[in-house]
Design a protein around this ligand. Structure first.
Ligand code: FCB
Length: 462
């Protein structure tokens, strides 16, 4: 497929990128990522129960940009066939999406909704029909509201509820799904949802944060064991958010602050999973987490995952701050630092993804790394039927180059998924930041391939 004349000029990075690509084995995985709540819509269709995001977007509207919700979103629930066809037309053969827990179990536990399973049956069957491998995330933040009413992630019973839900899904789909991710970015849903109150369910404070962390870790590992018990041949991973962290100034106190933020944002979930325990030596204010660790948990909170999904978008600079409780550290935003950034105000810094691969690769016990999300929100330019998004294309090229650089140096990175397939609902940011390779007109649900999508399809099929 040829790019239009207005495509970004070939520059040195692209030549390097193509040189790296040529040396890859054919089994390197290229794909795209999405999630249920951000795309499906059909929030109360065919027996689906409410999730914490349905409740949050309706009851705490002021926390969402333009008071939006994802009741309709991309209407992927009805339009998945067309979206898969489009995916196929670009030669994309790996699709990471999530299952909505309350669609499958409306009350979170107990009764299973056959119509909910039926939707994913159709989706998975059509993926396979088109030769697209499904990579299924079991939890991408949409907890059933009925379980939140009982404390959600702060209630230790969630471990059993989650494992039961995982068991239902894996028993039903394991004849067709061979690649699972237990969770999406636990640090983000626990941090933003149970400490900062910015995401659903909007809870705050250490008394919610600490138990939610521990129960998410237990659920992730127990969930993985449940998958393997049903299908020992399944490939089981989980995904973590991470950002390269730097001190703002070359001062001892900023170095200390950066070290703590690194422990919180990058180490808090992977280290217990690897059997290293929580990094509370570095994060003293989180030491109270030990009160939630019961006898026997030291085994339950470890799991030898087949792969770890890394999700990276940016780097962060950290400054010492007396006024920030617990951490005494604060992030200095990209606009404040006057560096190039996306519509999320995230700095564009491709080397961050390289640094993160190196960091995770250095842990003993990580067998394989996949980049399960990377991408950018920029303004798209419309010209009749064409949408140009050079900034996104360049962002992807420069990040993929860094991924392949790490691989060239021997890192165990085996795949890359773009966030995201179609423009969708970006959580507290509503519909403003568009991350898609495909433009979504939210009034008509029309899809238009952006130049970045053409480029990506072209690149991965060379
Ligand atoms: C990640 C989320 C994903 C999307 C991107 C931009 O943290 O996993 O759902 O919102 O950020």
């Amino acid at each position: 497929m040829l790019l239009s004349e207005s495509a970004p000029e070939l520059h040195i990075n692209q030549q390097q990128l193509r040189a790296y690509k040529k040396q890859l084995n054919a089994d390197f995985i290229w794909g795209v990522s999405a999630s249920a709540y951000q795309t499906e819509g059909a929030y109360n269709t065919d027996g689906k129960g409410p999730s914490i995001w349905d409740t949050f977007t309706n009851e705490q509207k002021n926390k969402i940009k333009d008071r939006k919700n994802a009741n309709i979103a991309c209407d992927f629930y009805s339009r998945y066939e067309d979206d898969l066809l489009l995916m196929k037309s670009l030669g994309i053969n790996n699709f990471r999406f999530s299952i909505s827990w309350p669609r499958v179990m409306p009350a979170g536990t107990g009764e299973v909704n056959a119509a909910g399973l039926g939707f994913y049956d159709r989706l998975i069957d059509r993926c396979l029909h088109y030769g697209i491998t499904p990579w299924v995330t079991l939890y991408h933040w949409d907890l059933p509201q009925a379980l939140e009413n009982k404390g959600g992630w702060t209630n230790r019973q969630v471990v059993g509820w989650f494992t039961d839900y995982v068991t239902v899904c894996v028993k039903h789909f394991s004849d067709r799904v061979k690649h699972w991710m237990v969770m999406n970015e636990p640090m983000v849903f626990v941090g933003a949802g149970y400490f900062l109150g910015l995401h659903a369910p909007g809870k705050r404070g250490m008394k919610n944060f600490l138990p939610a962390i521990h129960h998410a870790v237990l659920s992730m590992c127990e969930g993985a064991r449940a998958i393997k018990a049903i299908d020992p041949d399944a490939e089981v991973g989980t995904t973590f958010s991470c950002s390269h962290i730097e001190p703002y100034r070359n001062l001892e106190k900023d170095h200390v602050a950066a070290f703590k933020v690194d422990a919180l944002l990058n180490r808090m979930f992977i280290e217990p999973v690897l059997g290293m325990g929580y990094p509370v030596e570095t994060l003293k204010p989180l030491q109270n987490i030990t009160q939630y660790i019961l006898q026997g948990d030291e085994y339950k909170m470890k799991y030898d995952f087949d792969f770890i999904g890394i999700q990276n978008y940016t780097r962060e600079f950290v400054k010492h701050s007396w006024f920030t409780p617990y951490l005494n550290a604060r992030l200095i935003s990209a606009p404040k630092r006057k560096v190039p950034h996306t519509l999320m105000n995230w700095e564009v810094y491709p080397e961050s993804i390289y640094q993160m691969i190196k960091k995770f690769d250095a842990y003993p016990g990580i067998k394989k790394i996949l980049i399960t999300e990377n991408g950018a929100a920029f303004e798209d330019k419309h010209h009749d039927t064409l949408i140009t998004d050079h900034m996104r294309t360049t962002y992807l090229q420069e990040h993929i180059e860094q991924v392949l650089r790490a691989k060239q140096e021997g890192a165990k990175v085996e795949g890359y998924f773009v966030w995201t397939w179609t423009d969708n609902f970006e959580w507290a940011e509503g519909y403003h930041p568009r991350f898609g390779l495909i433009y979504t007109d939210f009034n008509t649900q029309k899809r238009i391939i952006k130049e970045s999508g053409l480029w990506y399809g072209d690149f991965i099929n060379q």
